[in-house]
Design a protein around this ligand. Structure first.
Ligand code: ADP
Ligand code: MG
Length: 712
């Protein structure tokens, strides 16, 4: 148990916030049921942290004379005239003229005509909110929001109006954005500072000039000015990111206090491999990283290290040499890969290298047959296997080691803190952990996903690599592309052709792939050419058969989906063709491109697209054509992707940000991390009175969401 020293502290006086939502005026049982089901709002506190997704500026009034585009919503103040129904049946509509001191604009409604005719009043002054459109040579506004000046002044106490997400079922109970805003107002009118637990210490609020939590919550829902709204959001984002950093860094500190496995010596296997089996000399970057790893394993603390390196920078050999350090000290080592193909390939490659030094190595995946598996698990538990390579199957409880000393996770940012923690339990003393990402990830994302790890970077490619030449070609240039493939194959090279299959279940993608395969097979017919195909729907043994044929050079063209994306290594393959390249994300494109350029020959990547490209699509393609630098590509990728779309943030289940955005809040992440480091340097266990709020808050979090459950 890591946390036995912490007492359970109840966070004080949040009874107001834990009041069931049905007790809020205007809610009642039916609306409460919908709020619970559709928005997970059970309490006052839940409602309070339903943050707006956007604001509309109700401070600014346009004049009917100054409407000049159809892009934005505008607000007008004026009266109505000529309210009339026109048309019949389905063409029936209501029109009116809205006028202010400067001029007029036509309004049109296609729905609710009858009700509107009776309720719109030419004597009233209205506030109008809507989006103008250009029709028949003039502007009009369809279905504007209209509110009588009198009630507008009451209801919009704030000058910005917050907009809230809602669902159809919520709307059916009048809980659209406006309905939610109304409830929020009721709640905020009852909210007192003492209801809110301030979870950031005062010295932080002062130092970073942050709003108190009460002010932040009030102003995020009902800001009076743009700058108040910005301050409110900044405080809440800082809080969210700071608390993540604090937890990650605290975890790191606590781990460093736990005893780790000591690798006393570098001996027989490592030296023998280095002298007899290593097929090349290491790059300086590889040597540097190995020294960092060696230092960790001598420190008597658990290593938790992230190894970042571009595609092809040679992470595998670093992993292998690290595993040999473990084996030299009579420990076992494990390597976990994200896909079966990759695990298989690591196995074959590493086995070949290790045969010369007599290491016992095994492969465990989901498709390992049960008899073989049973035997394997037995040998593993009795220490007869030195090194095991596998997929997620390694995480299962039935996989027991004799003495596991090091785990390497070769991943595509897929595992979260909790999953990593599962591996620690495979030994009495937590084994050393080395996590390797498939392609570089941006600093701020690494800080958030892997903030508890130390970082090593391979910033040098092995010598003699020719940079891959990347070009963009349109569908209409396909014949020329095929001609190019023929030339390359004539030189003895091999070619990948990759089709998108984002969801392996998407039928139309599979059809595209099969059509592609057929037309390629026609263009490159037997007996001169042999074409392989690999996709996720195939049986593992068939996949493997096709893969092996390509690896052995028996087929020249490999038609595939992204199953070949990760790590596959066929140095003789020199051309990567990516079909519908606009449909791939940047890091995926870079990862795919990294399948070529692994041998001494000049390699090529051809990005095929249609002429129709979105702005983002164009930027992705251009970035690929312009640079081979995975670190640069990662930054552009982060910039292009909206919140929640970064690869890895969703799958990992590791971070679920409520308000901050990893892509656009990089500077707040940096600031929050700095703040957390400084605070923990001063008060690692949060013992100081001034930090007590943090300690209590984190303690409460652990109880509420079980963040630490997998770790203790
Ligand atoms: P990645 O970092 O993408 O996992 P790999 O470990 O698969 O890269 O290495 C890519 C290729 O480079 C492999 O064929 C590997 O044998 C080779 N390689 C690795 N290190 C060196 C080196 N120092 N000199 C020459 N080739 C190397
Ligand atoms: Mg790799």
């Amino acid at each position: 148990m890591l946390f036995h020293t912490f007492a359970i502290v109840q966070v004080s006086n949040n009874s107001f916030l834990s009041t069931p939502i049905e007790f809020l005026k205007g809610v009642g049982p039916e609306r409460a049921a919908v709020l619970k089901k559709e928005a997970s709002i059970f309490t006052f506190g839940d409602l309070l942290t339903l943050f707006p997704y956007r604001y509309i500026d109700r401070t600014k009034f346009y004049s009917t004379q100054h409407i000049d585009n159809t892009q934005t919503y505008i607000q007008l103040k004026g009266k109505l005239k000529h309210i009339r129904e026109i048309g019949e049946g389905r063409g029936k509509r209501l029109t009116a003229i809205f006028y202010d001191n400067d001029g007029e604009i036509e309004l049109v409604w296609f729905q609710g005509v009858k009700w509107l005719v009776n309720s719109l009043d030419p004597r009233e002054t209205y506030i109008l909110y809507g989006k103008p459109s250009w029709f028949n040579g003039k502007f009009n506004i369809t279905h504007p929001e209209l509110e009588k000046l009198a009630t507008f002044n009451d209801s919009d106490a704030g000058t910005f109006r917050a907009l809230y997400n809602s669902s159809e079922k919520m709307k059916a109970k009048s809980l659209d954005s406006k309905g939610i805003a109304k409830l929020m107002l009721t709640l905020l009118q009852q909210l007192r500072p003492e209801h809110i637990v301030e979870n950031l210490p005062k010295h932080l609020l002062d130092k970073y000039k942050l709003f108190g939590k009460f002010d932040a919550l009030k102003n995020i829902h009902l800001p009076q000015t743009l700058s108040l709204q910005a301050e409110a959001i900044k405080r809440l984002k800082f809080e969210e990111l700071f608390l993540i950093q604090l937890q990650l860094l605290q975890l790191k500190i606590i781990r460093k206090r736990e005893k780790g496995i000591y690798f006393e010596k570098v001996d027989h296997y490592f030296k023998k491999f280095y002298d007899d089996a290593l097929p090349f000399s290491l790059t300086n970057a590889q040597k540097r990283v190995l020294k960092e790893i060696r230092k960790d394993t001598l420190s008597q603390q658990q290593m938790n290290r992230l190894l970042q390196g571009d595609v092809g920078s040679g992470k595998t050999i670093v992993a292998l040499l690290s595993m040999l350090m473990a084996i030299d000290n009579n420990y076992q080592a494990a390597m976990m890969a994200p896909t079966e193909i990759l695990a298989q390939q690591h196995y074959v490659g590493i086995k070949e290298l290790c045969d010369k030094i007599g290491i016992r190595i095994a492969l465990l995946t989901g498709s390992t047959k049960s008899k073989e598996r049973k035997q394997l698990l037995h040998s593993l538990q009795h220490g007869e296997i030195h090194l095991i390579i596998g997929t997620h199957a390694l995480l299962e409880d039935s996989v027991q080691f004799n003495n596991l000393g090091l785990v390497v996770i070769d991943e595509q940012h897929r595992f979260g803190v909790a999953q990593r923690a599962k591996l620690w339990k495979k030994n009495n003393i937590a084994p050393h952990i080395l996590v390797m990402t498939a392609t570089p990830i941006p600093r701020t994302l690494a800080m958030t996903l892997y903030g508890d790890l130390d970082v090593s970077i391979l910033d040098e490619l092995p010598p003699g690599r020719k940079p891959i030449k990347t070009v963009h070609r349109y569908e209409s240039q396909r014949l020329a592309v095929f001609g190019f493939i023929r030339d390359e194959i004539a030189k003895g090279r091999q070619v990948y052709i990759v089709y998108p299959l984002i969801e392996e279940s998407e039928k139309s993608d599979l059809v595209d792939l099969m059509n592609g395969f057929e037309s390629i097979s026609r263009a490159f017919p037997l007996p001169d050419y042999c074409v392989s195909i690999v996709h996720g729907k195939m049986k593992p043994e068939n996949k493997d058969f096709e893969m092996q044929r390509f690896i052995r050079g028996e087929t020249q063209i490999m038609v595939a989906t992204t199953v070949i994306e990760v790590g596959v290594n066929v140095p003789n393959a020199s051309v990567m063709i990516i079909e519908n390249a606009e449909r791939f994300g940047l890091s995926q494109l870079h990862q795919l491109r990294g399948r070529v350029g692994r041998g001494a020959e000049q390699s090529y990547c051809i990005l095929m697209t249609t002429h129709k490209l979105t702005a983002d699509g164009k930027k992705r393609i251009n970035t690929m054509v312009e640079t081979n630098d995975g670190f640069k590509i990662a930054e552009v990728d982060l910039e292009l992707r909206g919140p929640g779309n970064m690869e890895g943030t969703q799958q990992s289940g590791n971070i679920d940000l409520k308000i901050a955005n990893i892509a656009s809040d990089g500077h707040i992440i940096e600031e929050a991390r700095k703040a957390a480091i400084a605070l923990l340097e001063d008060d690692a266990t949060l013992q100081k009175q001034e930090n007590i709020v943090l300690k209590q808050y984190l303690q409460q979090q652990k109880i509420d969401n079980g963040f630490w459950r997998n770790i203790s």
